[in-house]
Ligand binder design. Structure first.
Ligand SMILES: [Zn+2]
Length: 488
């Protein structure tokens, strides 16, 4: 990178950092004003440059319309029309696919200015997402200004040059998947202030422990299951991060973070674990709250509508059936009222941390992963907390996974903590009690498997609840999930 380019990137990053410092009570109108300006700019830009959006926005007054007046966008629609969706008319899906099929291109900007990634396809077909450099810098700035304690140390000053923040990310090996993108394109200008190490859940655990002990990070971000994995090592005395005294914060992403798991992580390491909710289509959607388990919506950068199955808004405190996402800062691939099957609940009360940005209280699993049972010929959702409440009693438990394998048939996989033992009978009796308290003990067939470890799937993630059988035949309103779920 040339000196001029580096200087302009640094200037853009520090200006955005400054602008993204969380709003105080006097600034909230300004935040809403910015959101409004960015929405109008996005609509005008999309209508002018993208043939797909021009068709869809035709006949709508883009200066005065409400967001509800705009058409919703499904992933399959976006992917079927991708070349026409782009506002840079030189972008072609086939060129993008060819570029990301070559791992030598990791971290390289396509055409010198676009960051590329694909989603995992856990919701059906994978989506391709193109972001421009400005969008990438905005995502970083939001994370550093609002997302974690590293922020106050990041602002370039001489002390940080001498003693940079040390960040570890534990996901899978680098690739074009979303959570990797954030780090593939880590701004070079931030390097003097933040030392970054990447680790993979597929690396041998001895190697991960060694590297962490040597590096003594201030901040660790990773899949919930990879943080749980570290808890076991810390508890067994092989990992010594608490002893090192440097660790300030952990962040869980891409997987549910049940309260019991968060507490275990916090007890092991003595630091708060934040929970962030974002996706490839909007990496700067929210930042984990440093006080509670929720995540603050960056409402100046994105609009998140929590709606029922018919796209009608649901009140705060009530889980929706899906969300409609509008990304206000990535103009190359306009994402406007884009449907995502997450069951999100916004908090009805202000957050104790003092941040005035709306609080995403919880994110439940996708509708298709919802567990269900059939009673008297009628299906109903089976919230995972029925199992979690039971498993909370088992203090020797390290990890679990609940699979639905048929109608009313479930498999519980359980792994013990190092040096501890689990008993199938005891687990069965805990689950039985919990099911009985819901009046469904006679309906559920449960098989229990004791395993060494719950292995991640090929994406490096562990689903704590998985429906292998399929959705309920009469797919009614999903029940509130009390596990938090995040995507990356
Ligand atoms: Zn908060």
């Amino acid at each position: 990178m040339g000196v001029l380019a580096a200087a302009s990137e640094l200037l853009e990053l520090s200006t955005k950092l400054h602008k993204l410092i969380p709003p105080r009570s006097g600034d909230i109108d300004r935040t809403m004003e910015l959101r409004e300006q960015r929405l109008r700019h996005l609509l005008r830009y999309a209508s002018e440059k993208s043939p797909f959006h021009r068709r869809r926005l035709q006949g709508i007054d883009l200066e005065t319309c409400h967001i509800e007046d705009l058409p919703t966008l499904s992933k399959s629609e976006m992917m079927a029309n991708l070349d026409d969706v782009f506002t840079d008319r030189s972008l072609r899906r086939e060129d993008i696919e060819a570029f990301i099929s070559d791992h030598a291109n990791l971290g390289v900007y396509f055409k010198g200015k676009y960051a590329l990634c694909h989603t995992s396809g856990s919701q059906g077909q994978p989506a391709l997402v193109v972001q421009d450099k400005h969008a990438i810098i905005t995502s970083f700035a939001a994370q550093f200004a609002r997302g974690n304690k590293v922020k106050r140390k990041f602002l370039p000053h001489i002390g940080r040059l001498v003693n940079p923040a040390r960040m570890v990310i534990i996901t899978q090996r680098p690739g074009f998947y979303p959570s990797s993108t954030f780090f593939n394109y880590f701004p070079r200008v931030a390097e003097p202030y933040i030392k970054l190490q990447r680790m993979s859940v597929f690396d041998p655990i001895e190697e991960i422990v060694q590297r962490l002990n040597d590096f003594q990070p201030t901040f660790i971000t990773g899949y919930t299951s990879s943080l749980e994995y570290l808890v076991r090592e810390q508890e067994a005395g092989r990992l010594r991060l608490r002893e090192g005294g440097k660790l300030e914060q952990m962040n869980s992403m891409s997987e549910p973070l049940p309260a019991a798991v968060a507490e275990r992580i916090e007890n092991a390491f003595g630091v708060h674990v934040t929970n962030s909710y974002s996706m490839a289509e909007c990496m700067a959607l929210s930042c984990g709250c440093p006080v509670c388990r929720g995540s603050h919506l960056n409402s100046d950068l994105a609009i998140l509508e929590i709606v029922d199955a018919n796209n009608r808004p649901v009140p705060k405190g009530t889980p929706g059936s899906k969300v409609l996402l509008t990304n206000l800062y990535n103009l190359v691939q306009p994402i406007i009222r884009y449907e995502i099957d997450d069951i999100v609940t916004m908090s009805a009360t202000p957050c104790a941390c003092g941040n005035l940005l709306p609080l995403i209280e919880s994110v439940g699993g996708r509708a298709k992963d919802q567990l269900w049972i059939e009673i008297n010929g009628r299906s109903r959702d089976l919230p995972i907390y029925v199992f979690l409440a039971a498993l909370d009693n088992e203090t020797n438990l390290a990890e679990h996974q609940i699979l639905q394998t048929g109608i009313n048939t479930f498999v519980l996989r359980a792994a013990a903590q190092p040096g501890k033992a689990l008993s199938v009978e005891r687990l069965r009796s805990y689950v039985h009690q919990s099911l009985a308290s819901e009046g469904i003990a006679d309906v559920v067939n449960l098989e229990i498997e004791l395993v060494e470890r719950i292995l991640p799937d090929k994406s490096g993630k562990v689903s704590r609840a998985k429906n292998l059988y399929g959705p309920a035949p009469d797919d009614g309103e999903p029940a509130p999930g009390n596990s938090s779920r995040v995507i990356a």
